[in-house]
Design a protein around this ligand. Structure first.
Ligand code: GDP
Ligand code: MG
Length: 365
């Protein structure tokens, strides 16, 4: 499944007082004005930031481009969930609908003790906090699936073949959810995955974790929590970030503070980088004196699908594309020498776009 998107969005989820808004503010300090990105809504809980990209910087410098459009990332600060949110306790329900729209869920988990800032459950246990929040999402998904099953079941009983297949998938999802398994951890065939995707279930989204720490938190606690969370991100420790809100934006006393902490806390760029990896994305480029663009697409996408990110018409009318690695292009001094040196490949619709490709698309209008 290819996400055709010039931006991707990350929903910040967690218990109240976990530090979500603090981290959201740090991340979006470098927010771009919303009018640069017509697709984004104006909302104080939504921040759009540009993805730092040295290749795009070099390319726009080379072309002396009049306009530069980097890829963007949207962060959505979703208000705190507590037990019972799926039933609509507090404002829970409303915020669950915000999560539905994001590509990745970033769980912010409180890993700092404090006497002044109350923890809703009066203890520090990020792994359990995650499980509480996730079970609310699971309950919400169960509700959606159950509702869906009613309609699909009817169609299945009158013998609609697609409905029979869908109904089987729904049953399996429900069974998994009722055992506490989020959809992302269930296995589906390719056809089934399409059905699952259409449901936009909350627990089908990839997860990443931010442990909101500060100095004085014991290393062994951090390590224990990380290993507790690891299984939820396919065993990949890189999807768990230790963040210190004081340092996320960088700072002058960084080095001194690192020593105090005993590790290097993550920066805004690290968070973006990991989210990018989590979604299995790559960047490709288009550029000229007029405008230089960085585009985002999932790995595995063909050049024709990539063309669709730029414009749907380019995908529809796709004929062929010329491709060269952007660094190579700049190294040899531009298009004509890249062509002369045989670096430019002419490719068909089945070509799989690579990270760093500079593409020129030929399409029927
Ligand atoms: N000591 C300390 N306080 C923090 C930290 N992160 C957030 N806070 C404070 O905890 C309170 C709740 O944070 P907030 O970001 O609003 O939490 P949210 O409810 O998850 O959005 C605020 O008073 C923050 O200043 C942290 O890492 N250390
Ligand atoms: Mg908040």
């Amino acid at each position: 499944m290819i996400t055709k998107s010039h931006t991707l969005s990350i929903g910040i989820v967690g218990l109240p007082n976990a530090g979500k808004s603090t981290i959201f503010n740090a991340l979006t300090k470098k927010s771009v004005p919303a009018e640069n990105f017509p697709f984004c809504t104006i909302d104080k809980n939504v921040g759009v930031i540009q993805i730092p990209d040295v290749r795009l910087d070099r390319m726009s410098e080379f072309f002396k481009a009049q306009k530069v459009v980097p890829s963007a990332m949207t962060f959505v600060d979703i208000a705190g969930l507590v037990k019972g949110a799926s039933q609509g306790e507090g404002l829970g329900n409303q915020f669950l609908s915000h999560i539905r729209e994001v590509d990745v869920i970033m769980y912010v988990l409180r890993a700092f003790p404090s006497t002044e800032i109350v923890h809703v459950y009066d203890r520090v246990d990020p792994v359990e906090d995650f499980e509480i929040v996730q079970s609310e999402l699971i309950l919400k998904d169960m509700e959606v699936v159950e509702k869906k099953m009613v309609g699909v079941g009817k169609m299945a009983r009158i013998g609609k073949e697609e409905a029979v297949v869908e109904s089987r998938v729904l049953e399996r999802i429900l069974e998994g959810l009722s055992k506490g398994v989020p959809v992302i951890d269930m296995e589906f065939s390719e056809d089934e995955s399409d059905i699952v995707h259409e449901l936009f279930l909350l627990t089908s989204k990839p997860r990443m974790f931010v442990l909101n720490c500060k100095e004085g938190v014991a290393q062994e606690d951090l390590e224990r929590w990380e290993s507790g969370l690891k299984e939820f991100v396919g065993g990949k420790k890189e999807y768990i970030l230790r963040v210190d809100v004081k340092l996320i934006g960088g700072g002058e006393d960084m080095e001194e503070y690192k020593e105090l902490l005993g590790y290097s806390p993550s920066s805004v760029d690290d968070v973006i980088d990991i989210a990018y990896k989590r979604l299995n994305l790559l960047t490709f480029y288009t550029g000229s004196e007029k405008e230089c663009n960085a585009w985002t697409i999932q790995r595995g996408a063909t050049v024709k699908e990539s063309a669709g990110v730029i414009h749907t018409d380019l995908e529809k009318g796709f004929i062929t594309a010329d491709v060269v690695n952007v660094d190579d292009l700049l190294k040899v001094g531009g298009w004509s020498s890249a062509k002369e040196k045989g670096l430019v490949k002419n490719v068909g619709r089945e070509y799989v776009t690579e990270d760093g490709d500079y593409v020129v698309i030929l399409a029927n209008k």
